[in-house]
Design a protein around this ligand. Structure first.
Ligand SMILES: [Zn+2]
Length: 260
């Protein structure tokens, strides 16, 4: 397809999405890793992702390095991996995060269901966020207190220890490989999806767990998928192959929401 036709097709798709956002009250945004890559956070599986970069670099596969059994049995190695790969400095919400917060503030009933743990939707101001894999808080495994990042003290082995009880290991409030999703979060997310008038799925290829198992609860026919890469399973959807922030910027040329 030549560039002109591609451009026209995308304009029509964005117009359709814009109409659906205008016409529907209950909107669920289901986001995968591609939402965070807009903010500069590397994903796991793509060719520049954490998984691909680290295969064969450590004695175990990346999933094992990030598993709860590694945290419990070999915390030194686990935290070395976390420090080298999972800490991204000062990350700010991307346009897509800020657009969704502005859409909610405008009076729409917006629920965000996210597979990301960076806390960027909350930082942007979204109130109704279901974090399937946890968030960016940290807590002590011994006394349970929340610990700010700069309060963690590294011991001789590079393991972050609690400043309150002095001995507990500090872990992220994330669902690690080998752990189950929080059942309250799962049912809240399913409930929101089941009641949605419009479902927007973005930044996921849709062929990985858990995206497919959640979106099957959507009963409607206004289903939009936004992803930079082609997706295999999106029957009946409006598929826009583009970046999420780019699409929402175009939508907002019509909506004119005050995106901060
Ligand atoms: Zn503690």
């Amino acid at each position: 397809m030549d560039e002109g036709r591609r451009f026209n097709r995308m304009q029509n798709q964005v117009l359709q999405l814009t109409k659906w956002i205008q016409q529907n009250q209950r909107i669920v945004f289901f986001g995968g890793a591609g939402v965070s890559t807009d903010a500069g956070i590397p994903d796991f599986r793509s060719k520049d992702g954490i998984y691909t970069k680290n295969r064969n670099k450590y004695p175990y596969e990346p999933e094992e390095m990030l598993s709860v059994s590694m945290l419990l049995n070999n915390p030194r190695l686990h935290f070395q991996f976390v420090r080298e790969n999972m800490e991204h400095g000062d990350i700010q919400p991307a346009y897509s995060h800020r657009f969704l917060a502005a859409l909610e503030a405008s009076g729409k009933d917006v629920a965000v269901v996210t597979q990301n743990t960076d806390g960027l939707h909350q930082a942007a101001g979204s109130q109704n966020v279901w974090v399937l894999h946890g968030d960016n808080r940290r807590y002590c495994m011994a006394c349970g207190k929340t610990v700010e990042k700069n309060q963690a003290q590294l011991d001789d082995e590079g393991i972050p220890r609690c400043p309150y009880c002095q001995e507990g290991i500090i872990r992220g409030n994330v669902v690690m490989f080998g752990e189950n999703l929080d059942s309250k979060v799962v049912s809240g997310a399913i409930d929101a999806i089941a009641k949605a008038d419009l479902l927007i799925v973005a930044g996921t290829s849709l062929n990985v767990y858990p995206a497919v198992s959640f979106i099957q609860y959507y009963p409607g026919d206004r289903f939009v998928v936004i992803n930079k890469e082609p997706v295999v399973q999106a029957p009946g959807s409006l598929f826009i192959q583009a970046g999420i922030s780019e699409v929402f910027q175009q939508v907002n040329e019509t909506l004119a929401l005050p995106v901060s």
